[in-house]
Design a protein around this ligand. Structure first.
Ligand SMILES: [Zn+2]
Length: 320
Protein backbone atom coordinates (compact mmCIF):
# COMPACT_ATOMS: atom_id res chain seq x y z
CA UNK A 1 0.00 0.00 0.00
CA UNK A 2 1.74 3.22 -1.12
CA UNK A 3 2.02 6.29 1.10
CA UNK A 4 -0.96 8.63 1.22
CA UNK A 5 -0.26 11.88 -0.66
CA UNK A 6 1.37 14.81 1.09
CA UNK A 7 -1.19 17.48 1.97
CA UNK A 8 -0.37 21.19 2.08
CA UNK A 9 3.05 22.85 2.49
CA UNK A 10 3.03 24.10 -1.13
CA UNK A 11 5.15 27.17 -0.34
CA UNK A 12 7.76 25.10 1.44
CA UNK A 13 7.78 22.50 -1.32
CA UNK A 14 8.44 25.22 -3.90
CA UNK A 15 11.33 26.55 -1.85
CA UNK A 16 12.87 23.11 -1.40
CA UNK A 17 12.42 22.26 -5.07
CA UNK A 18 14.00 25.61 -6.03
CA UNK A 19 16.97 24.93 -3.74
CA UNK A 20 17.52 21.50 -5.33
CA UNK A 21 17.33 22.93 -8.85
CA UNK A 22 19.89 25.60 -8.07
CA UNK A 23 22.12 23.16 -6.18
CA UNK A 24 21.73 25.08 -2.92
CA UNK A 25 19.92 22.51 -0.83
CA UNK A 26 21.94 21.96 2.36
CA UNK A 27 22.97 18.34 2.78
CA UNK A 28 22.01 18.31 6.47
CA UNK A 29 18.52 19.61 7.17
CA UNK A 30 16.17 19.74 10.11
CA UNK A 31 12.44 19.94 9.44
CA UNK A 32 11.03 21.50 12.60
CA UNK A 33 7.36 22.06 13.30
CA UNK A 34 4.43 21.16 15.56
CA UNK A 35 3.50 17.49 16.04
CA UNK A 36 1.23 16.06 13.35
CA UNK A 37 1.87 18.55 10.52
CA UNK A 38 3.50 15.86 8.38
CA UNK A 39 7.23 16.49 8.83
CA UNK A 40 8.28 12.91 8.10
CA UNK A 41 5.86 12.74 5.18
CA UNK A 42 7.47 15.94 3.90
CA UNK A 43 10.88 14.27 4.41
CA UNK A 44 9.69 11.37 2.24
CA UNK A 45 8.46 13.83 -0.40
CA UNK A 46 11.89 15.48 -0.31
CA UNK A 47 13.51 12.04 -0.69
CA UNK A 48 11.37 11.36 -3.75
CA UNK A 49 12.28 14.76 -5.18
CA UNK A 50 16.00 14.15 -4.63
CA UNK A 51 16.00 10.63 -6.07
CA UNK A 52 13.45 11.11 -8.90
CA UNK A 53 14.85 10.64 -12.40
CA UNK A 54 12.21 12.90 -14.05
CA UNK A 55 11.89 15.70 -11.50
CA UNK A 56 9.83 18.71 -12.56
CA UNK A 57 8.18 20.86 -9.87
CA UNK A 58 8.63 18.07 -7.38
CA UNK A 59 8.80 14.31 -7.87
CA UNK A 60 7.23 12.90 -11.05
CA UNK A 61 5.51 10.21 -8.99
CA UNK A 62 5.84 7.68 -11.81
CA UNK A 63 9.52 6.74 -12.20
CA UNK A 64 11.03 3.72 -10.47
CA UNK A 65 12.59 5.90 -7.76
CA UNK A 66 9.33 7.70 -6.94
CA UNK A 67 7.38 4.46 -6.83
CA UNK A 68 9.93 2.70 -4.65
CA UNK A 69 10.05 5.57 -2.15
CA UNK A 70 6.22 5.61 -2.04
CA UNK A 71 6.32 1.87 -1.31
CA UNK A 72 9.08 2.42 1.30
CA UNK A 73 11.19 0.02 -0.75
CA UNK A 74 13.97 2.22 -2.15
CA UNK A 75 17.47 1.00 -1.21
CA UNK A 76 18.71 4.62 -1.03
CA UNK A 77 16.07 5.71 1.46
CA UNK A 78 17.34 4.98 4.95
CA UNK A 79 14.49 5.89 7.29
CA UNK A 80 15.36 5.75 10.97
CA UNK A 81 12.63 5.94 13.60
CA UNK A 82 12.98 5.58 17.38
CA UNK A 83 13.07 1.97 18.54
CA UNK A 84 12.02 0.51 21.84
CA UNK A 85 14.96 -1.08 23.67
CA UNK A 86 15.53 -4.82 23.01
CA UNK A 87 13.53 -7.13 25.27
CA UNK A 88 16.67 -8.83 26.57
CA UNK A 89 20.24 -7.54 26.90
CA UNK A 90 22.49 -8.04 23.85
CA UNK A 91 26.24 -7.72 23.35
CA UNK A 92 27.35 -4.67 21.43
CA UNK A 93 28.24 -6.78 18.39
CA UNK A 94 24.65 -8.06 18.12
CA UNK A 95 22.96 -4.72 18.76
CA UNK A 96 23.45 -3.31 15.26
CA UNK A 97 21.87 -6.40 13.70
CA UNK A 98 19.07 -6.12 16.21
CA UNK A 99 18.46 -2.46 15.25
CA UNK A 100 18.54 -3.36 11.56
CA UNK A 101 16.00 -6.12 12.10
CA UNK A 102 13.73 -3.97 14.26
CA UNK A 103 13.73 -1.15 11.68
CA UNK A 104 13.04 -3.57 8.84
CA UNK A 105 10.07 -4.93 10.79
CA UNK A 106 8.69 -1.44 11.40
CA UNK A 107 9.05 -0.53 7.74
CA UNK A 108 7.26 -3.75 6.74
CA UNK A 109 4.42 -2.75 9.07
CA UNK A 110 4.29 0.74 7.56
CA UNK A 111 4.05 -0.75 4.08
CA UNK A 112 0.86 -2.46 5.27
CA UNK A 113 -0.52 0.57 7.13
CA UNK A 114 1.11 3.78 5.95
CA UNK A 115 -0.60 5.84 8.68
CA UNK A 116 1.40 4.73 11.68
CA UNK A 117 1.38 5.29 15.42
CA UNK A 118 3.74 7.61 17.22
CA UNK A 119 6.76 5.91 18.85
CA UNK A 120 6.35 4.78 22.45
CA UNK A 121 7.74 6.91 25.26
CA UNK A 122 10.82 4.72 25.81
CA UNK A 123 11.73 4.49 22.12
CA UNK A 124 14.92 6.20 21.00
CA UNK A 125 17.64 6.30 18.38
CA UNK A 126 20.12 4.37 20.48
CA UNK A 127 23.83 3.97 19.87
CA UNK A 128 23.03 0.78 17.92
CA UNK A 129 20.88 2.82 15.52
CA UNK A 130 23.62 5.45 15.26
CA UNK A 131 26.18 2.76 14.38
CA UNK A 132 23.83 1.34 11.76
CA UNK A 133 23.35 4.87 10.42
CA UNK A 134 27.13 5.30 10.12
CA UNK A 135 27.36 2.04 8.19
CA UNK A 136 24.69 3.23 5.78
CA UNK A 137 26.42 6.61 5.42
CA UNK A 138 29.51 4.79 4.13
CA UNK A 139 27.53 2.94 1.46
CA UNK A 140 27.42 4.23 -2.12
CA UNK A 141 23.92 4.93 -3.45
CA UNK A 142 22.58 1.60 -4.71
CA UNK A 143 20.05 2.67 -7.33
CA UNK A 144 19.72 6.45 -7.49
CA UNK A 145 22.29 9.22 -7.79
CA UNK A 146 22.00 10.07 -4.11
CA UNK A 147 20.90 8.58 -0.82
CA UNK A 148 18.84 10.04 1.99
CA UNK A 149 19.16 9.32 5.70
CA UNK A 150 15.78 10.35 7.15
CA UNK A 151 15.80 10.57 10.95
CA UNK A 152 12.33 10.96 12.49
CA UNK A 153 11.88 12.40 16.00
CA UNK A 154 15.51 13.49 16.10
CA UNK A 155 15.02 14.75 19.68
CA UNK A 156 15.37 11.11 20.58
CA UNK A 157 18.88 10.76 19.20
CA UNK A 158 21.01 9.62 22.10
CA UNK A 159 24.61 10.27 21.19
CA UNK A 160 26.02 10.96 24.62
CA UNK A 161 25.64 7.38 25.71
CA UNK A 162 28.82 5.29 26.16
CA UNK A 163 30.71 5.32 22.87
CA UNK A 164 32.13 8.75 22.04
CA UNK A 165 33.73 7.57 18.76
CA UNK A 166 30.38 6.73 17.20
CA UNK A 167 28.85 9.97 18.50
CA UNK A 168 31.70 12.00 17.04
CA UNK A 169 31.53 10.11 13.77
CA UNK A 170 27.86 11.01 13.47
CA UNK A 171 28.53 14.68 14.23
CA UNK A 172 31.29 14.72 11.63
CA UNK A 173 29.00 13.07 9.05
CA UNK A 174 26.30 15.68 9.73
CA UNK A 175 28.83 18.46 9.39
CA UNK A 176 30.37 17.17 6.18
CA UNK A 177 28.15 14.54 4.62
CA UNK A 178 29.76 12.34 1.96
CA UNK A 179 28.90 13.44 -1.59
CA UNK A 180 25.39 12.51 -2.72
CA UNK A 181 24.26 11.99 0.86
CA UNK A 182 21.47 13.97 2.48
CA UNK A 183 20.49 13.95 6.14
CA UNK A 184 16.88 14.96 6.77
CA UNK A 185 16.03 15.18 10.46
CA UNK A 186 12.59 15.97 11.88
CA UNK A 187 11.73 17.37 15.32
CA UNK A 188 8.73 19.00 16.97
CA UNK A 189 10.84 21.34 19.07
CA UNK A 190 14.39 22.06 17.85
CA UNK A 191 15.21 23.28 21.38
CA UNK A 192 15.02 19.66 22.52
CA UNK A 193 17.72 18.59 20.08
CA UNK A 194 21.26 18.16 21.37
CA UNK A 195 23.03 21.47 20.68
CA UNK A 196 25.93 19.61 19.01
CA UNK A 197 23.46 18.23 16.48
CA UNK A 198 21.41 21.37 16.08
CA UNK A 199 24.44 23.46 15.22
CA UNK A 200 25.29 21.10 12.35
CA UNK A 201 21.98 21.18 10.51
CA UNK A 202 20.07 23.91 8.69
CA UNK A 203 16.67 24.33 10.34
CA UNK A 204 13.63 24.68 8.12
CA UNK A 205 10.36 25.60 9.82
CA UNK A 206 7.37 23.50 8.84
CA UNK A 207 4.28 25.62 9.53
CA UNK A 208 0.83 24.47 10.57
CA UNK A 209 -1.41 23.70 7.63
CA UNK A 210 -4.57 25.77 6.99
CA UNK A 211 -7.98 24.34 7.94
CA UNK A 212 -8.91 23.83 4.29
CA UNK A 213 -6.00 21.41 3.91
CA UNK A 214 -6.82 19.57 7.15
CA UNK A 215 -10.42 19.29 5.93
CA UNK A 216 -9.24 17.71 2.67
CA UNK A 217 -7.00 15.33 4.64
CA UNK A 218 -9.77 14.25 7.02
CA UNK A 219 -12.30 13.81 4.19
CA UNK A 220 -10.02 11.78 1.98
CA UNK A 221 -7.78 9.82 4.34
CA UNK A 222 -9.86 9.08 7.45
CA UNK A 223 -11.78 5.82 7.13
CA UNK A 224 -14.57 5.07 7.78
CA UNK A 225 -15.72 8.39 6.35
CA UNK A 226 -17.01 10.96 8.81
CA UNK A 227 -20.20 12.99 8.73
CA UNK A 228 -19.88 16.64 7.73
CA UNK A 229 -20.33 17.72 11.38
CA UNK A 230 -17.62 15.34 12.55
CA UNK A 231 -15.26 16.62 9.86
CA UNK A 232 -15.78 20.21 11.07
CA UNK A 233 -15.27 19.14 14.69
CA UNK A 234 -12.04 17.33 13.94
CA UNK A 235 -10.64 20.18 11.92
CA UNK A 236 -11.44 22.61 14.71
CA UNK A 237 -9.66 20.38 17.19
CA UNK A 238 -6.68 19.77 14.96
CA UNK A 239 -5.59 23.41 14.81
CA UNK A 240 -3.52 22.89 11.71
CA UNK A 241 -2.33 19.36 12.26
CA UNK A 242 -3.84 15.92 12.57
CA UNK A 243 -3.38 16.03 16.35
CA UNK A 244 -7.15 15.76 16.82
CA UNK A 245 -7.13 12.31 15.39
CA UNK A 246 -4.44 11.24 17.85
CA UNK A 247 -6.40 12.81 20.69
CA UNK A 248 -9.49 10.81 19.80
CA UNK A 249 -7.47 7.66 19.40
CA UNK A 250 -5.83 8.19 22.78
CA UNK A 251 -9.25 8.42 24.37
CA UNK A 252 -10.61 5.42 22.54
CA UNK A 253 -7.67 3.15 23.27
CA UNK A 254 -7.21 0.69 26.07
CA UNK A 255 -5.63 2.68 28.92
CA UNK A 256 -2.23 1.07 28.96
CA UNK A 257 -1.48 1.22 25.28
CA UNK A 258 -2.15 4.95 25.04
CA UNK A 259 0.84 6.17 26.97
CA UNK A 260 3.02 7.25 24.00
CA UNK A 261 0.15 9.12 22.38
CA UNK A 262 -0.88 10.65 25.65
CA UNK A 263 2.53 12.17 26.33
CA UNK A 264 2.52 13.36 22.71
CA UNK A 265 -0.77 15.09 23.30
CA UNK A 266 0.64 16.74 26.42
CA UNK A 267 3.70 17.79 24.43
CA UNK A 268 1.48 19.32 21.78
CA UNK A 269 -0.47 21.19 24.46
CA UNK A 270 2.78 22.35 25.99
CA UNK A 271 4.09 23.71 22.69
CA UNK A 272 0.83 25.60 22.15
CA UNK A 273 0.83 26.99 25.70
CA UNK A 274 4.47 27.98 25.46
CA UNK A 275 3.87 29.99 22.31
CA UNK A 276 0.93 31.66 24.06
CA UNK A 277 3.15 32.49 27.02
CA UNK A 278 5.62 34.07 24.63
CA UNK A 279 3.06 36.17 22.76
CA UNK A 280 0.81 37.09 25.71
CA UNK A 281 2.18 36.06 29.08
CA UNK A 282 -0.37 35.69 31.85
CA UNK A 283 -0.48 34.03 35.23
CA UNK A 284 -3.21 31.67 34.02
CA UNK A 285 -1.25 30.47 31.02
CA UNK A 286 1.78 29.84 33.20
CA UNK A 287 -0.38 27.89 35.60
CA UNK A 288 -1.69 25.86 32.64
CA UNK A 289 1.90 25.07 31.63
CA UNK A 290 2.53 23.88 35.18
CA UNK A 291 -0.51 21.60 35.09
CA UNK A 292 0.60 20.04 31.81
CA UNK A 293 4.18 19.58 33.01
CA UNK A 294 2.94 17.92 36.17
CA UNK A 295 0.70 15.51 34.22
CA UNK A 296 3.55 14.77 31.85
CA UNK A 297 5.77 13.77 34.75
CA UNK A 298 2.98 11.58 36.13
CA UNK A 299 2.35 10.07 32.72
CA UNK A 300 5.89 8.67 32.73
CA UNK A 301 4.94 6.71 35.84
CA UNK A 302 2.35 4.08 36.52
CA UNK A 303 -0.79 6.16 36.07
CA UNK A 304 -3.74 5.55 33.80
CA UNK A 305 -3.40 8.13 30.98
CA UNK A 306 -7.17 8.45 30.48
CA UNK A 307 -7.65 9.44 34.10
CA UNK A 308 -4.80 11.91 33.89
CA UNK A 309 -6.20 13.39 30.71
CA UNK A 310 -9.64 13.85 32.26
CA UNK A 311 -8.10 15.56 35.28
CA UNK A 312 -5.76 17.69 33.19
CA UNK A 313 -8.68 18.91 31.08
CA UNK A 314 -10.68 19.79 34.20
CA UNK A 315 -7.78 21.71 35.69
CA UNK A 316 -7.05 23.49 32.41
CA UNK A 317 -10.72 24.45 32.11
CA UNK A 318 -10.43 26.10 35.52
CA UNK A 319 -7.46 28.23 34.55
CA UNK A 320 -8.51 28.94 30.95
ZN1 LIG B 1 10.08 10.30 -10.31
Amino acid sequence: MPLPPLYGHEGLRNRLEGAITSGRLPQSLLLAGPPGVGKQRLGLWLTQTLLCSARRNGPCGACEHCRRVADLAHPDLHWFVPLEPPKRPLDDAKKIEWAEGALAELMAARRQTPRYERPAGMASHSMASVRLMLRRVQMRPALAKAKVILIGDAERLIVQEASPEAANALLKALEEPPPDTYFVLTAADPDHLLPTIRSRVVTIRVPRVPDSVVTAFVQQEVRPQLSATDVVRRVAMAQGSNAAERYERALAQAPWSARGEFTDLLDAMLLELRSRVRSRPSRDTLRAVEVVLEKRALAQGNVNPQLLLARALDELAEVA
